[in-house]
Design a protein. Structure first.
Length: 286
């Protein structure tokens, strides 16, 4: 992780105050120490828009962003103020200005509180108008690359829904978006190249413990994309990689390790379902 010029995570849940009280499914408030661990692992930026963004109310949303700031992890998708909601998230990655936008298909328990609609970027998938506007603001503010993180649509299905595909294609059709990363399914979904640009529909879980219910929720994949500046000055993906991983739950420990042969083959099969390997995706051992 630390070797990456930019490492992006998705933070699904709001954090509780130090010492708790903590809550699990279905309405989360998790240990704030997680964010120090993310920083220590090498993450530079996290998307925060998910169906759980307001599980701990507006206070939990603001607390989460405060703790991310303290850990020096950039973020996008949720906002403490209306002014903050229209300020582009742009970070330096190896001397390149990278913008990031994020949105979620829905919120648990309905939308944001009245008068605070700006607090979470909710996309009425396949309509991603708000995310496209944010990407345009990032580009206008000087971003040389813009990455979009989309939290949607159907859990525990290895194949994206029609609405999910339409939303991803709408994002990639914009001149302001260069790459789409997806999550929410809690299982791995395919990569796809669309008109020369890449999307990873669903990366599975990273550090998580789930009741599997027969689904491969302990399969995961780390996405790696290499951007290169072309002769005309625009950056494009010149190498797309996927590293299959597996989550191992045992006793008090939850760890992530390179996928064993069975997990690797299962993940590789899913990743290739939409023509990604033929388009040049490298599926590599961790």
């Amino acid at each position: 992780m630390e070797a990456a010029d930019l490492a992006i995570c998705h933070l699904e849940t709001p954090v509780a105050p130090p010492g708790g009280p903590y809550r699990g499914y279905p309405s989360f408030a998790v240990q704030p120490e997680i964010l120090d661990a993310l920083a220590g692992a090498g993450y530079d930026l996290c998307s925060t828009a998910s169906n759980h963004s307001l599980d701990d109310g507006a206070d939990g949303l603001a607390r989460t962003l405060d703790v991310l700031d303290a850990a020096r992890i950039a973020h996008s998708g949720t906002y403490r103020t209306e002014t903050e909601s229209v300020e582009p998230t742009i970070v330096d990655a190896g001397g390149v200005r990278v913008g990031h936008v994020a949105g979620t298909y829905a919120l648990n328990g309905g939308g944001p509180p009245a008068g605070r609609e700006w607090s979470v970027e909710v996309a009425a998938v396949p309509d991603v108008t708000g995310m496209l506007a944010a990407a345009a603001r990032a580009r206008a503010a000087g971003a040389q690359v813009v990455v979009a993180s989309l939290h949607c649509c159907l859990e525990y299905d290895n194949d994206p829904t029609e609405a999910q595909v339409a939303a991803v294609r709408a994002l990639l059709a914009s001149p302001d978006v260069d790459l789409v990363l997806g999550h929410h399914a809690h299982v791995v979904q395919p990569y796809e190249q669309v008109a020369g640009e890449w999307a990873a529909y669903g990366l599975g879980n990273s550090i998580a413990e789930h009741a599997t219910r027969g689904y491969p929720t302990e399969d995961s994949v780390m996405a790696r994309f290499t951007f290169t500046r072309g002769a005309e000055g625009r950056f494009t993906v010149t190498r797309a990689e996927a590293v299959p991983l597996q989550i191992v739950v045992g006793g008090d420990d939850v760890t992530v390790r390179p996928a064993d042969e069975a997990n690797f083959d299962r993940v590789a099969d899913v990743l290739a379902r939409r023509g990604a390997t033929a388009a040049g995706l490298d599926i590599v051992q961790g």
